[in-house]
Structure formats: C-alpha cells, structure tokens
Design a protein around this ligand. Structure first.
Ligand SMILES: [Zn+2]
Length: 258
C-alpha cells in the first residue's frame, strides 16, 4: 500500500507524533538524542507551534524531556524513576487482568492471540526492536479490553515509560519468553481464572523488571533526519501498532458493573 500523504497541518502533526513515538520505543532514537525544533519543522512540514505541541504530548508520556533546556531530548529516566514506574505498572496490570476476566468475551481471545502472532513473526524475522514494541502493546491491548478509558490511558503511559526504561537499562528484549508468557496469560484470561491470571501477570512483571537491571548502552541506527523519515514512511503506510479499537458492548460493561 503506498504511503498516504498527510495533507492538513493536523494530519502532519499526528504523523510526526506517531513517527517519533515509534522511533523512540524501537530505540532508533536513543535516550539523550537532541530534537531541534527547526529540524522537526522542516522534516514534517509543520509550524513551530505544532512541533511544540507534539513534543509536549511526547513529554506527557515521559518519552521526551523538554525541561528548561533550549532543545528537547529523548528522555533518560533515572533508576529511581524507573522503579517508580514499575511500582505503578504492577498495580494497573493487576487491575486490568481482573477487569478483563469480569468482562470476558470470546472475541477478546482472538484479538490477543492475533497480537502475539505479530510479536512472534517480528521475533522470527529478527526485528527485535519491533517485537519489543509489540510486547509492550500487548499490555495496552489488555487495557483496551477492560473498556475503561482511564485505565487504558494510565496503563498505556506506564507501559510506554517502561519501554523507555528498558531501552536505557534493559538487557536485549527476549521475545521467546515474552511470547510464551503472553500465551499463558491469554489461557488464564480465557478460562477466567482470576487467581492464576494475577499470579502470571505478577511473575511476568518480575521478569520484565529483572531485565531492566543491567545497564547497557543502547545504540541508535542513524541520524535524526534519516530515522524520522524512515518512521514517518512506516507510520503512513501501515496501521500496525496503531491502537486497536476494540468495542466492548455496553451490556458487558453493565453486567460487570452490577
Ligand atoms: Zn508482556
């Protein structure tokens, strides 16, 4: 499919946001990378005002540090911040699996399995950064299935922050174990075994946090302009990684609330 060229300033800004978001999560732009506004303006063909709004959105998710510096940079979370993120994530993930089990519908299993298949394909093809990003998105998909927009928003943010923590401190992503653990989680959700799902999720969080113990220097794979044009093209031509819209019927929500 040929890339759709964004035409309005708002579409261009959205493309800029998605391209940068994905480039940071896939570690093509490593923590500390400078993001000069004028370069972003010319790269995406948007005004300085829109570029600042995009940087502000990325900063709100903990991906970009705008601080008091003249030039924004890709954020570099401290170890203390990293631990704080994991503490919050554990609580939200536990709540998410509990709610999904309450509101379970068979179609949800297919959504989650489809996602893990994408993870596995990326891993088989050696696309490690992509499989790492998809592994994080497995969790935001679970959050979407709760039908609770606030939980979805908060969990997406901590998952994004965790991905950055793993980029700064983590060992290389181990897709095999992530996929195995994701399959086990799906089975527990499908059998609506809340105790097992909670313990599997807690264990999974332990493993992710353990991977974030060893410091390493991540390597980027190109200069800002070439990385951004590559990601802008990828975002424009695919919808992979764009959050799935999963509709949970109101009836299911009412049942669960009752
Ligand atoms: Zn996972």
């Amino acid at each position: 499919m040929p890339p759709r060229t964004p035409s309005t300033p708002a579409q261009k800004a959205e493309l800029a946001f998605k391209a940068m978001h994905r480039a940071i999560l896939e570690q093509a732009l490593v923590p500390g990378t400078r993001l000069p506004e004028d370069q972003l303006c010319s790269q995406f063909g948007v005004s300085r005002t829109l570029v600042r709004a995009v940087l502000g959105r990325l900063a709100a998710q903990g991906l970009v540090d705008t601080g008091n510096k003249r030039t924004a940079t890709v954020a570099q979370p401290s170890l203390e911040e990293a631990r704080a993120v994991f503490e919050v994530r554990r609580g939200l993930e536990a709540q998410a699996v509990a709610l999904v089990i309450e509101r379970w519908q068979p179609a949800m299993g297919a959504v989650l399995e489809g996602h893990v298949r994408e993870e596995e394909l990326a891993a088989r093809e050696g696309r490690v950064p992509v499989s790492a990003r998809l592994a994080g998105e497995f969790h935001t998909t679970i959050a979407q299935l709760t039908g609770n927009p606030l939980l979805q928003r908060y969990l997406s943010e901590v998952v994004t922050r965790c991905s950055l923590v793993l980029a700064v401190y983590g060992r290389p992503h181990q897709a095999d174990c992530a996929c195995t653990e994701h399959h086990a989680l799906i089975e527990a959700l499908r059998s609506r075994d809340a105790v097992r799902a909670a313990s599997l999720m807690a264990e999974h969080m332990d493993n992710i946090e353990r991977r974030a113990l060893l410091p390493q220097v991540a390597a980027g794979d190109g200069d800002l302009a070439s990385v951004l044009s590559r990601y802008a093209g990828a975002v424009a031509s695919t919808t992979a990684g764009v959050p799935l819209k999963v509709r949970v019927p109101a009836a299911a929500r009412r049942r669960a609330a009752g």
